[in-house]
Ligand binder design. Structure first.
Ligand code: GLC
Ligand code: CA
Length: 607
């Protein structure tokens, strides 16, 4: 841990609320996807003991917090985002004792652990849902049960309460013969939405959260937490339901309407989050809350993360990873429009200038690998250079950076070519629906779309070394990993990068250290330079009388520095001015003197 070298940020860093300068304002979070991180028992699936065995690696990298994707008991329909018991560990991953051990070993190394909290929905195998099927049970109203449309046959097409589609394909409603009603599921039909209107549901969730915090976890990453409050009419009816005062939207090309405008950031969002803060976090210290926030505007991000409002510490916004596709269809990827990306980040950064906070990410378990998406993984040289450039670009913003496992190695997309290589229900359902049922995309184009955007790109095993299964599971394990290891693990792996001064790993280590050591990077005001430049992403950070120029060439050609950036370095810079650069510092000095940047060259320099 680097606590000793840490700067104490000036309190003026956050003048906006009740907790100036919280501990996480210069922390870096690392996301572990347990299923794919480290297998300790040769069953081909990563587990808690595996994570514990790799803590020294994470401590060396220098991150402060680990966010674990869900390890609770689950039928694994959506890899654990479908929870059947919140207060137990799935046997696939280990036991509660393994979790206690992981917590203790992490804390020994100064690492905090944040768990995923999936409470927009449970699994359909959760005891609450089982009980809810009985209309006389106290849990009867814990989910969104609705009758079939009058005059239809329940279970037949067209009988659904409204036209909403699920994010994982098909209708968002599933008929349950036992209850004689439909239930709402925004995600898979094994992920029924909880009814947050019911105070008993909220009480149960808060009790469960308190139980984990008492056990030693340091906070929560809250899965789709901005979908919990649904828009309903005066009689509690959802849009488009029979007799509802609210209409749903017209149907799209797959035959369903989009529930998001009615479920995202709903009318009781602030009330629920503030209640959770009071019921769970009041009187506790040293925790972190981060909400996954589809459908949230930058203004609302400011409100929710302003400590004065007592809701969440930070949110994940998605516009910057959702815009680079055609007609809003994830499976029709477009190349990066850099000016557009800059505008989106600028909007996010400016909105939290005076109040609230930003989280910074380009990768997670739902996104393709950033080096393949916006960088260039076609040669080893361009892969290393572009991975560093993208890391520098992100980490020099103001906010809390998140590193997704393997990103620090410059891990790439997996480039699968056959459907049977994929495991993710989202990709498999989307293929069936778009290619076979609605016939709105050709097989070839859809395969290309999944290869570019499918979530399995992020979920292939962590590449620890060049051995048969990349060190993820024993090379002689009887069972193959649950999803294939990327073939490039023989070249790209932690063992090869660990001691290499020029590796992506070593570069990320430095990026993380800089956030701890440098108040300008952690807290300085952010200002974009030349929004329209197609190749260079440049901005400044200022704090007190100090100024940092960050300029990153996000292209594989040599390009001119934008004029306003060139002006800041017109009197030249020296090596000591270079805080970090993707080539070496002496190269950056020459490039900046020539007012240019080499392929994927980037630097942060005091001016
Ligand atoms: C979030 C998770 C994603 C999951 C979905 C449903 O978006 O990040 O992995 O499939 O919620 O829980
Ligand atoms: Ca295992």
């Amino acid at each position: 841990m680097t606590t000793a070298q840490r700067v104490v940020l000036p309190d003026s860093v956050r003048t906006n609320g009740t907790t100036p300068n919280p501990w996480w304002s210069n922390a870096v979070v690392y996301q572990v996807y347990p299923r794919s991180f480290q297998d300790s028992n040769g069953d081909g699936i990563g587990d808690l003991k595996g994570i514990t065995s790799r803590l020294d690696y994470l401590a060396d990298l220098g991150v402060d917090v680990l966010w674990l994707s869900p390890v609770y008991r689950s039928p694994q329909d959506d890899n654990g985002y479908d929870i059947s018991d919140y207060q137990d560990i799935d046997p696939l991953f280990g036991t509660l004792e393994d979790m206690d051990e992981l917590l203790a070993e992490a804390h020994k190394r100064g690492l905090k652990i944040v768990m995923d909290l999936v409470v927009n929905h449970t699994s359909d195998e959760h005891a609450w849902f089982e009980a809810s099927k009985d209309k006389s049970d106290p849990h009867a109203d814990w989910y969104w049960w609705r009758p079939a449309r009058p005059g239809t046959t329940p279970g037949e097409p067209g009988a659904e309460p409204n036209r909403w589609g699920s994010y994982f394909g098909g209708s968002a409603w599933e008929y349950c013969p036992e209850r004689g009603k439909y239930y709402l599921h925004q995600f898979s039909k094994k992920q029924p939405d909880l009814n947050w209107e019911n105070p008993a549901v909220r009480r149960a969730v808060y009790d469960m959260m308190n139980w984990w915090l008492d056990r030693g976890v340091d906070g929560f990453r809250m899965d789709v937490i901005t979908l919990i409050s649904k828009r309903i009419d005066s009689a509690g009816r959802l849009p488009g339901e029979y007799g509802s005062e609210l209409e749903d939207l017209p149907v799209g090309e797959e035959g369903y309407s989009n529930p998001n405008p009615f479920c995202a950031d709903g009318p009781r969002q602030d009330e629920f989050l503030a209640e959770m803060r009071r019921e769970v976090f009041a009187g506790r210290e040293g925790f972190l809350t981060v909400g996954e926030a589809p459908g949230i505007t930058v203004q609302r991000n400011e409100h929710i993360t302003n400590p004065a409002n007592g809701e969440l510490d930070m949110l994940f916004l998605f516009e910057h990873v959702d815009f680079d596709c055609e007609d809003n269809v994830k499976w029709k990827p477009l190349p990066l429009d850099l000016p557009q990306l800059k505008r989106i980040f600028a909007k996010q950064q400016s909105a939290v200038k005076n109040a609230g906070w930003a989280s910074l990410f380009t990768g997670n378990h739902d996104q393709p690998r950033v080096v393949s998406r916006w960088g260039d993984d076609s040669t080893e040289g361009s892969r290393v250079r572009s991975a560093k450039a993208l890391g520098l670009m992100l980490h020099m913003h103001r906010g809390t950076p998140y590193v997704y496992q393997g990103e620090e190695l410059g891990m790439t997309d997996v480039h699968f070519t056959r459907l049977d290589q994929y495991r993710d229900l989202e990709s498999l359902n989307a293929y069936r629906q778009r290619v076979e049922e609605a016939k709105v995309q050709s097989a070839e184009s859809m395969m290309a779309g999944i290869a570019a955007r499918g979530r399995d790109n992020a979920r292939t095993p962590m590449q620890w070394d060049g051995s048969a299964y990349a060190g993820f599971t024993a090379p002689d394990a009887a069972v193959e990993p649950w999803i294939s290891v990327n073939r490039n693990h023989t070249q790209i792996n932690a063992a090869g990068e660990f001691d290499d001064p020029d590796s992506v790993y070593t570069f990320y280590k430095r990026l993380i250290a800089i956030r701890h050591e440098n108040a300008l990077v952690a807290a300085g005001d952010w200002q974009l330079i030349d929004a329209d430049d197609q190749y260079v992403y440049a901005f400044t950070r200022t704090l007190g009388g100090e100024k940092l120029l960050v300029a990153v060439n996000l292209s594989g050609r040599t390009v001119d520095l934008p004029r306003d950036a060139a002006e800041l370095v017109q009197h030249g810079v020296t090596e000591p001015d270079i805080v970090i650069s993707t080539y070496d510092a002496s190269h950056a000095v020459v490039s900046l003197a020539n007012r240019e940047l080499g392929p994927w060259e980037g630097a942060a320099v005091r001016v």
